[in-house]
Design a protein around this ligand. Structure first.
Ligand SMILES: C[S@@+](CC[C@H](N)C(=O)[O-])C[C@H]1O[C@@H](n2cnc3c(N)ncnc32)[C@H](O)[C@@H]1O
Length: 303
């Protein structure tokens, strides 16, 4: 397992982002993204780093995270301003939401590969006959290497890794990236999941297009699951998807990701879409694996 961060340069900030700096409310947004120039959020939010325990190790982790993401550090969640809080507690790192009009602080996002309904138990019960396995090209005696270009909370990656695929997961949101890192670390420390994490998963925090254009590793399959506006079903529940969408927007640049993926996948590109959604980039696939609420569009690249 290794972590790699994005290319760093203020110069690469988009003209649009620079124009938005004129509005000083967005200052933290841009400051926190200065290391992630190709990443942009759809709306301004305040994000603070904090912790709920006074263990010196945890306090040190919170301080390092605040410095790494260039976000303000709050000594406690009670003292943090309204908005998002990346918070270390005894379960690990969580994204919380706190607002004066809400009775309590809500946990929006938490990566849990061990328990939870998307964790180890679900992954353990996956078989090679399931739609995701068939779509990515898992066969008896063959496990493709997979580049998951839209890692999100890593649910699909973890299932593919549990099936025995070598999975490189790539996520461009630095916030989801650090939540994924934390989830992977806890899974690596757990007896049930350590083998899957150490032998089958690696994480890259970068825009997948940049990675695929610069790196020459050969992947059999490139897997895409970009956010889809008003999407009803996915591996993630509605509250989780809503929280991710607030942070990352609607991935309206999915077409260009597909274009790069088609040039780089050795065998196939798989795109997950809601059942009734148009094809990504209006490009018809070679075939689709359909389910009740969604489908996998499969583009063969070795024909
Ligand atoms: C619907 S979520 C994916 C959910 C994921 N399949 C799971 O199982 O958790 C889409 C994610 O893709 C990420 N994403 C979209 N385009 C990307 C790109 N070009 N590079 C890296 N990540 C990208 C978004 O930031 C978002 O977190």
């Amino acid at each position: 397992m290794f972590f790699r961060s994005a290319d760093r340069s203020w110069l690469q900030l988009t003209i649009q982002a620079i124009a938005r700096l004129v509005d000083s409310d967005l200052f933290y947004e841009l400051r926190s993204f200065k290391d992630y120039p190709r990443y942009s959020m759809t709306q301004p939010v305040s994000i603070t780093v904090s912790s709920t325990t006074d263990s010196p190790t945890i306090l040190q982790k919170a301080a390092s995270l605040s410095a790494r993401l260039n976000l303000p550090l709050s000594p406690s969640i009670e003292e943090a301003p309204s908005g998002y809080i990346l918070c270390y507690n005894d379960r690990g790192l969580q994204l919380l939401y706190s607002c004066a009009s809400l009775p309590r602080v809500n946990c929006l996002l938490y990566v849990d590969f061990i328990g939870g309904k998307n964790g180890y138990r679900l992954a353990k019960n996956c078989t090679i006959k399931q739609p995701l396995s068939r779509a990515v090209g898992v066969k008896s005696g063959f496990r493709p290497t997979v580049f998951d270009a839209t890692a999100g909370l890593g649910t699909d990656s973890f299932v593919m890794a549990s099936l025995g695929c070598q999975v490189t997961m790539c996520e461009r949101s630095p916030f989801l990236g650090v939540l994924l890192e934390d989830g992977l670390q806890r899974a690596w420390e757990n007896r049930k999941t350590t083998k899957i994490v150490s032998e089958h998963l690696r994480l890259i925090i970068q825009d997948s297009r940049d990675f695929l254009l610069a790196d020459h590793t050969v992947f059999h399959t490139i897997y895409l699951d970009p956010m889809f506006p008003h999407r009803k079903q996915s591996a993630l529940n509605k509250q989780t998807l809503r929280s991710i969408r607030l942070l990352v927007g609607d991935d309206l640049d999915g077409d260009s990701l597909l274009e790069v993926a088609l040039k780089r996948a050795a065998n196939r590109v798989v795109v997950k879409r809601p059942a009734a959604a148009p094809y990504l980039g209006a490009l018809p696939p070679n075939h689709s694996v359909t389910m009740k609420n969604s489908r996998f569009d499969v583009y063969l690249t070795n024909v």
